[in-house]
Design a protein around this ligand. Structure first.
Ligand code: PMV
Length: 321
């Protein structure tokens, strides 16, 4: 392996169409990479590790600390990060940072670009940092496009197996899925909520309640129905299933009053098919599927939310020039 003096990688954020939280317990999930990226530039040298000109600080750079450790990068390195993604807002900013950091560090070491390896190390980075995580966000950020995680390999038409990831008793088979064009809006409450806190909250519920475990299984069934509805281009049904997925997440305790208000407002706009929170919840963001996404975007903005019509990103992690 010939080390490179510098490396630049970028990775996209994502939205989860179906299955957040349940995927942590091995249920399926379906996500889409979006055209907003995090960039990481790494340059060998300097004194120790610096991030954006500051010495590495585990309190602020928790994901980077884990990525350095897992990549075995122990030499001096200057890292520069920049992101188009808001943090702790349910659009996968920490996963994009983990994926881009791992890809840049491996490149710096002269390793050949291997998305499956990046996905594995970025997942471990998130898992070690948060204490619990599924490989959902890091996989879609690595692979780009539409990604289905399922407990078993799927041979369904329009589905291409990518790689498998394991952690403890759970295994996830990652697949690329062809999705029809989706008129989607993503909107934020403007209130951040840490993914790790929301995952821990659901974990406490799931560990102590058979009812919560049933809700998790129900989310898994909704996700698979959602995949079928998307394959059939039945957007009305997709929207209905998104609504049901949101009610399950509400029951698990990760909805929030401001989030719910925006979800309800989006659903009430003429031509809306459905809406749900996306990502960890507790604040963060929602997605809405609608005949006229521009009308939904404008209505949610009028309520004080920052909203945008989703532009999918077919590219996952990229080594930049
Ligand atoms: O809020 P985000 O974008 O980090 O999404 C988290 C998704 C969860 O299912 C809640 C957690 C996970 O690791 O899958």
């Amino acid at each position: 392996m010939v080390a490179a003096p510098r490396a630049h990688a970028s990775a996209p954020g994502k939205i989860i169409l179906f299955g957040e939280h349940a995927v942590v317990y091995g249920q399926p999930s379906l996500s889409l990479a979006i055209g907003k990226r995090t960039h990481v530039e790494a340059e060998a040298g300097g004194a120790g590790v610096t991030v954006n000109g500051h010495p590495l600080d585990p309190a602020y750079h928790a994901y980077i600390v884990q990525a350095l450790r897992l990549c075995g990068a122990d030499g001096p390195v200057r890292l520069q990060t920049r992101s188009e993604l808001p943090s702790a807002s349910g659009v996968g900013s920490s996963a994009a940072l983990s994926v881009a950091t791992v890809a840049a560090l491996l490149r710096l070491q002269g390793a050949p670009h291997d998305p499956a390896r990046v996905a594995e190390l970025a997942f471990r980075t998130e898992f070690e940092t948060q204490g619990a995580a599924s490989p959902n966000d890091t996989t879609v950020s690595t692979a780009g496009g539409g990604v289905l995680l399922a407990p078993k390999r799927s041979e369904a038409p329009g589905t291409q197996f990518l790689w498998e990831l394991r952690r403890g008793e759970h295994a996830w088979a990652a697949h690329r899925v062809e999705l029809p064009p989706l008129p989607l809006v993503v909107a934020t409450t403007g209130r951040r909520a840490k993914t790790g806190d929301q995952v821990a909250k659901v974990r406490r519920f799931v560990e102590h309640s058979g009812f919560a475990r049933d809700v998790v299984a129900e989310i898994g069934r909704i996700t698979l129905e959602g995949v079928d509805a998307l394959r059939a281009h039945d957007l009305k049904r997709v929207g209905h299933l998104m609504n049901r997925n949101h009610e399950c997440l509400h029951t698990l305790g990760v909805d929030a009053p401001d989030l719910h208000r925006l979800v309800t407002a989006a659903r009430n706009i003429r031509g809306a098919y459905g809406a749900k929170l996306t990502g960890a919840g507790g604040g963060g963001s929602l997605i809405a599927l609608a005949e006229d996404p521009e009308a939904v975007r404008a209505a949610l903005e009028a309520l004080g939310s920052q909203a945008l019509v989703v532009r999918p990103d077919p590219d996952g992690v990229r080594l930049e020039a």
